[in-house]
Design a protein around this ligand. Structure first.
Ligand SMILES: [Zn+2]
Length: 236
């Protein structure tokens, strides 16, 4: 890697889409089509289908902790090497790891919004009452349309987050791409925008990605191992 000073580094992270994991062990998932359960039309028709799945899976998701890759990105931000992390993940782990500027293109799974009165509530609080309340009700208006603040299938990405991500991409001089599931547009356009504007791209992923041919550096490896190594190389 060249030692030129970085004016604006940007990292974009994504992991494999959640849907295949839905089909893994746990017969529950044979019962529900994940695409349906996580689509806005289906959700509005029957929020309890979403929340019944969440009752089983949500606790595990909420218990997840940042891995060394999340922590390394937070360190790269703290040391001024990257300005922000743009992510498709909704698990909140970049913030937990200490990254200050996180742009969540698909929203956050940590909060729940009442579609009737707009009240926001911590996901963990809603999660805690799923055993006794199905579907969960708004603690303010009693409504039954509590929706996690994530982008469901059929919903638009939050426009402010998209605008901010593209603005950063246009002035980035380094674009660090972590993870391979950036196949969803417009997220995939963010690194392309950075490259078109002159940024150098670094790809870190275990498998080849569609971005490899545009990258100045491609590192095939696990982000949880490669990113901490980058941090330690930069700090010597
Ligand atoms: Zn409400």
């Amino acid at each position: 890697m060249r030692a030129a000073p970085i004016r604006c580094g940007l990292a974009i992270s994504a992991r494999q889409p959640a849907a295949p994991a839905f089909r893994g062990e746990g017969g529950l998932w044979k019962e529900f089509d994940p695409i349906k359960v996580a689509s806005i039309d289906y959700f509005l028709a029957d929020p309890s289908a979403y929340w019944r799945v969440s009752r089983e899976r949500g606790r595990v998701a909420l218990a997840a902790r940042p891995n060394p890759g999340h922590i390394a990105l937070a360190e790269l931000e703290a040391s001024g090497h990257i300005e922000a992390v743009v992510t498709q993940n909704t698990d909140g782990l970049h913030r937990d790891a200490g990254t200050k500027r996180v742009i969540e293109l698909h929203g956050s799974g940590r909060t729940v919004e009442c579609l009737d009165c707009g009240r926001l509530e911590a996901r963990s609080d809603v999660q805690n009452r799923l055993d006794v309340e199905m579907p969960p009700r708004c603690t303010s208006c009693g409504g039954e349309r509590l929706k996690p603040t994530v982008v469901l299938f059929g919903e638009a990405m939050p426009s402010e987050a998209v605008r901010e991500a593209f603005e950063l991409a246009r002035r980035a001089d380094v674009m660090l791409v972590v993870g391979s599931s950036l196949a969803v547009y417009p997220a995939a356009d963010i690194p392309l925008t950075a490259v078109r504007a002159g940024a150098r791209m670094i790809v870190v992923n275990a498998e080849p990605t569609p971005f490899d041919r545009l990258a100045e550096v491609v590192i095939h490896g696990r982000s949880g191992e490669v990113l901490p190594e980058i941090v330690s190389l930069l700090s010597v």
